[in-house]
Design a protein around this ligand. Structure first.
Ligand code: C2G
Length: 131
């Protein structure tokens, strides 16, 4: 039976760490579904507005050859609904979220991948500010 993998993220100022995790997620199954955080959700999580707006972030993720379906994630509280609606067999996330999604292991397999070291959107923004 074909396996559907679901993952979530803001993916602002797209970088190689994002590519690495999406590739790893895709390698777990046959279909990769990506929930992209809305601008409002990102603000509520990080107290800053994303550099790229949600439609642009969605378009970037959608254009990747190993991504099959995308949607805007409006609320962290709706994670269970999203997993069910998009029929995720596996939920995969970076290990900065380790343990945080274990509650969904009753409806899907939950996997955490190691983050790519030495790169993050916040660091890129900080470096760009100093230039
Ligand atoms: N990531 C990674 N390595 C990095 C940076 C990010 O593996 N160097 C992973 C994160 O662990 C996450 C994904 O890339 O799985 C997206 O990262 P963010 O855009 O920072 O996502 P975040 O804002 O944490 O949103 O519901 C969960 C949230 O929507 C996740």
């Amino acid at each position: 039976m074909s396996k559907r993998v679901i993952t979530f993220g803001t993916f602002d100022v797209f970088h190689v760490g994002h590519i690495n995790i999406l590739e790893r997620c895709a390698s777990l199954g046959d279909t990769l579904v990506v929930g992209v955080s809305s601008d409002a959700l990102n603000f509520s999580k990080k107290q800053r507005h994303p550099i790229y707006c949600e439609q642009d972030r969605l378009k970037i993720i959608q254009s990747l050859s190993f991504v099959d379906e995308v949607f805007i994630e409006h609320s962290l509280e709706k994670k269970r609904e999203y997993i069910e609606y998009y029929r995720g067999d596996i939920l995969a996330m970076g290990d900065d979220w380790k343990g945080r999604f274990d509650e969904f292991s009753d409806i899907c397999e939950v996997i955490y991948f190691p983050r790519t070291p030495s790169i993050s959107t916040s660091e890129i923004i900080e470096i760009a500010k100093t230039i």
